[in-house]
Design a binder for this molecule. Structure first.
Ligand SMILES: [Fe+2]
Ligand SMILES: [Fe+2]
Length: 396
């Protein structure tokens, strides 16, 4: 097993690198402070961070999966062909962003845009902060394709590789690409948000990447993506519901349509992990525990708009308060996956495997208790300006 540790620098105590929604945040004992960038004046700080604010960086572990396990992924290629690729939709049967947007070639375009903007006027600012954050998360798609291609044994070796893993990753990316596109165009047309600030945030975010701590291991990687697809399913589902409550059925349809893609992707990724549990229950349960100990960091946890060093925390606090994505959702997703993969029923595990099983099975109630306590202590948050909505203030 090759464990390579690269300690790297730049850390800000302000920006946690995992992201349970703030109400339930608890610090990992594994946190590693490498160095901290401090500076006296704001100008100096800005000059030093042309690509993003200083931030917490973990010890970067690479290639932690024993090389012989790469063979497992080779050996299930036929299975993946038959069982995973079926969860992709043929392009001709897919929706496209244009299906939900005013048609710029039609005579009715201006009227349709006007109607869209009238509907958007009824929606509060805090909702737009969350929708913008969700859109930016989707727009950092190059990072997620890169992340999948860090995984040993399943990466797209050529950019056009014909293994089912590579075919999946490319087609998944192509499906996901519609999500950011649709939300971006909707937000552009709605007239409620500062597109330039949003575009800057996207550029910063793609430049920053992400740090999911999956160590080139498809075990960790597919557990992470199973969790994430469900998290996005939940959050787009909630923005759909709330758009409906605000009387905007078209926006509800946009968010709901994206949510249903996320659900299909979740099904595929959880099936891969289910297969890993079947082939290698001990290794898989240990990976599951490892991933949960590290916490599932949100894909956009490094977001920055050039101004707010705690932008992700602020965005998540609003999402938590509105009930779009909450600490309870985090616990619900974990519970769902534990049941989905029948973790409690695993037998014949090594002692390490048993410890991992106990940890994972006991984690949901622990998180719920922490969350309840945090909720009990929670005071009303401050109001802070968001550059995405022209510095109008929103309560956290
Ligand atoms: Fe998506
Ligand atoms: Fe997704």
């Amino acid at each position: 097993m090759a464990l390579k540790l690269n300690a790297i620098n730049f850390q800000s105590p302000k920006c946690p690198s995992f992201s349970l929604p703030p109400a339930a945040s608890f610090r990992s004992p594994k946190f590693f402070m490498a160095s901290t960038l401090r500076s006296g004046s704001k100008e100096v700080e800005t000059a030093k961070k042309p690509f993003g604010p200083p931030r917490e960086v973990h010890v970067q572990v690479t290639h932690s999966m024993p090389p012989q396990k790469i063979e497992i992924f080779k050996s299930i290629e036929d299975w993946a062909e038959d069982n995973i690729l079926v969860h992709l939709k043929p392009v001709e049967k897919c929706w496209q962003p244009q299906d939900f947007l005013p048609d710029p070639a039609s005579d009715g375009f201006h009227d349709q845009v006007k109607e869209l903007r009238e509907r958007a006027k009824e929606i509060p600012d805090d909702y737009f902060v969350v929708l913008v954050g969700d859109m930016i998360t989707e727009e950092a798609l190059p990072t997620y394709q890169t992340m999948l291609n860090t995984l040993d044994g399943v990466r797209d070796e050529t950019g056009a590789s014909l293994t089912p893993w590579a075919v999946w990753t490319r087609a998944w990316t192509a499906e996901e690409n519609r999500h950011g596109d649709l939300l971006n165009k909707y937000l552009y047309l709605c007239g409620r948000v500062d597109m330039k600030q949003i575009e800057k945030t996207i550029q910063y975010l793609i430049g920053s990447g992400m740090d999911p701590r999956t160590e080139n291991s498809p075990y960790l990687g597919f557990i992470y993506t199973s969790f994430q697809e469900r998290a996005t399913f939940v959050s787009h589902g909630n923005t759909a519901r709330q758009a409906r409550e605000h009387g905007d059925l078209k926006l509800a349809q946009i968010c709901g349509t994206i949510a249903s893609d996320e659900k299909r992707h979740e099904t595929a990724y959880t099936k891969i992990v289910e297969k890993l549990f079947e082939i290698d229950p001990d290794g898989t349960v240990q990976s599951f525990a490892d991933m949960m100990r590290k916490k599932i960091s949100m894909p956009a946890h490094l977001m920055y708009d050039g101004r707010d060093d705690n932008l992700f925390d602020h965005f998540s606090a609003v999402a938590q308060r509105l009930g779009v994505y909450t600490a309870r959702d985090y616990a619900d997703i974990l519970e769902h996956l534990v049941v989905r993969w029948k973790v409690a029923d695993l037998t014949g595990l090594s002692s390490e495997g048993q410890k991992a099983q106990e940890y994972v099975c006991g984690l949901t109630p622990r998180i719920r208790r922490l969350e309840e306590r945090a909720q009990g202590r929670a005071k009303q948050g401050p109001k802070i300006p968001f550059s995405w909505i022209y510095d109008r203030e929103v309560q956290l």
